[in-house]
Ligand binder design. Structure first.
Ligand code: AHR
Length: 510
């Protein structure tokens, strides 16, 4: 059973800044993410602005989402951007072979995506096509998006109704090129990444961070091959500016079964609860291992690591299209997210960005919409993002967790049943606490050192059961409420956390 835990936070030791971009998102042409999720068209009865759902935009604006990755995913390496511009009725169609083999009508293209980015008040992460595209196609896309003179692509953009160039700070050089993006070997892709990145130019004051398609899980060899390119480029560059790409990606999904049977989103045993959380916690080790490889080539950490796909991947909901990856989202997903965020905060020195897969109606979504009524539901994962906005661009604080019991062993790894992290910004500190125990509450002594705390507030996300989730009928089965069980303690504060819960405590510093 769980006894009181001690969480020590050094409030005066703010270190690396937690880049707000680690709270990034991902929207692919997959199932009902774009069509029905973000985009319903101007003629829909669902309130929209130029076809983009107003309720989805409002919900995501409340999260302050820092960036949105598009159009894939695997779809990115099949997508030809010129098919998605110009009058909609004249746009060619294509087959979305990866996701349900459905016909894509290209009605949501570059202008619609950049309109969405502007409505959300976020930043664009556009993922280019290496697998089935050309260098010229990629080069012309960034010119179309960001050039401001009368170049051929800037002129074409104007002819399609957009005068001003857009800003595109992030550009992906293919996706999963070891798999759906072309089944390449690491050395083959490293050569292509070097070539393609060279032609993704900075136009009109737009500075692009080019993100090479990276590894997945524990494949350190792929990371090493890409980092060799940096080693070469740093030696050649007198300014020691890394190039031709400035970041590399990593994908890591949480599932409790094998690929063929990943587990149900809502029907799981207690063992599967702990297995999911143990696999989520394993990300910390993976980030350390990939960073260690990167350090050998880039000891000053100028190259970013971008976890541009992460989250739970369960079996699809019964009765839904297996190619659409639609799954429910429970309190377990919320804690998978909070455990990821703690790892992100600990790796603030190397982690430039992360993008949960995916924002609406696909995998670990923030928002689920009903295909018939259109009703929108905010998931438990949404609420963790909302509770964590105070960590955006805040300085990570050292946190030490001390538990009275031995960690639980799950899947051959140790899983401490309390996860924590903290950050500070603007005279405040935010402490995150995840009680991973499925059935036992936990008292936590927050040992607060190095600064005076003049006020505190808390919020907690908990529910009747670990599988609790939100539906149009019961939209707030899992929703944050005020954390009232906070008491002064001689070392700081004492807090009671319900079983299976996530809490944030905001401190005002004197
Ligand atoms: O997010 C779903 C898919 O997972 C992406 O398209 C692909 O990159 C990954 O395999």
């Amino acid at each position: 059973t769980t006894g009181p835990a001690r969480v020590t936070v050094d409030l005066d030791q703010g270190g690396d800044i937690i880049n707000r971009h680690v709270y990034g998102h991902f929207a692919e042409h997959l199932g009902r993410c774009i069509y029905g999720g973000f985009f319903v068209g101007e003629d829909s009865e669902i309130p929209n602005t130029r076809g983009i759902r107003d309720d989805v935009v409002a919900a995501l604006r409340a999260l302050d989402i820092p960036n949105l990755r598009w159009p894939g995913g695997c779809f990115a390496d099949e997508y030809h951007w010129k098919d998605g511009i110009g009058p909609r009725e004249q746009r060619p169609r294509m087959v979305n072979s990866h996701w349900g083999d459905v016909v894509e009508d290209n009605s949501f293209g570059t202008h619609e995506f950049m309109d969405l980015v502007e409505l959300l008040g976020t930043e664009a992460y556009v993922n280019g096509n290496v697998g089935s595209g050309t260098v010229q196609e990629m080069s012309e896309w960034i010119e179309y998006l960001t050039r401001d003179d009368d170049s051929p692509m800037a002129a074409l953009r104007r002819a399609n109704g957009r005068d001003e160039p857009w800003k595109v700070p992030f550009f992906g050089i293919g996706n999963e090129t070891w798999g759906c993006g072309g089944n390449m070997r690491a050395d083959e892709y490293a050569a292509l990444a070097r070539q393609y990145s060279t032609f993704v130019r900075d136009h009109a004051g737009n500075t692009v961070t080019r993100i090479a398609a990276g590894s997945h899980d524990g494949d350190l060899g792929w990371t090493e091959e890409l980092m060799r390119v940096f080693g070469d480029s740093l030696e050649k560059s007198p300014e020691r500016r890394p190039g031709p790409f400035q970041a590399i990606s990593l994908h890591y999904y949480t599932m409790t079964g094998p690929w063929e049977d990943k587990g149900s989103a809502t029907e799981f045993t207690e063992d599967e609860w702990y297995l999911a959380l143990s696999r989520a916690a394993h990300l910390d080790e993976l980030l350390t291992r990939h960073s260690t490889v990167m350090d050998r080539y880039d000891p000053y950490r100028t190259v970013g690591l971008v976890l541009d796909e992460w989250g739970t991947w369960w079996n699809v909901e019964p009765g839904t299209n297996p190619g659409f990856l639609y799954q429910q989202n429970t309190l377990r997903d919320a804690l998978v997210a909070s455990v990821h965020f703690d790892a992100f905060h600990r790796h603030a020195d190397r982690l430039l960005m992360a993008n949960i897969a995916q924002t609406v109606n696909v995998l670990q979504a923030m928002i689920l919409t009903d295909p018939d009524s259109g009703a929108l539901v905010l998931t438990p994962t949404y609420h963790v993002f909302a509770m964590n906005t105070g960590h955006h661009d805040a300085a990570a604080l050292p946190v030490h967790v001390s538990l009275p019991e031995e960690p639980r062993t799950v899947d051959g790894r140790e899983l401490p049943l309390l996860s924590a992290s903290a950050s500070t910004k603007d005279g405040r500190a935010l402490v995150s606490l995840s009680n991973l125990d499925a059935s036992e509450p936990r008292t936590v002594v927050l040992d607060l050192r190095g600064a005076e705390v003049t006020a505190h507030t808390g919020r907690v996300l908990a529910a009747e059961s670990t599988a609790a989730h939100n539906t149009p009928e019961v939209p707030e089965a899992v929703a944050p409420r005020e954390l009232t069980a906070i008491r002064p303690h001689e070392h700081g504060l004492e807090i009671d956390l319900p079983a299976a819960s996530y809490a944030t405590v905001e401190l005002t510093l004197g």
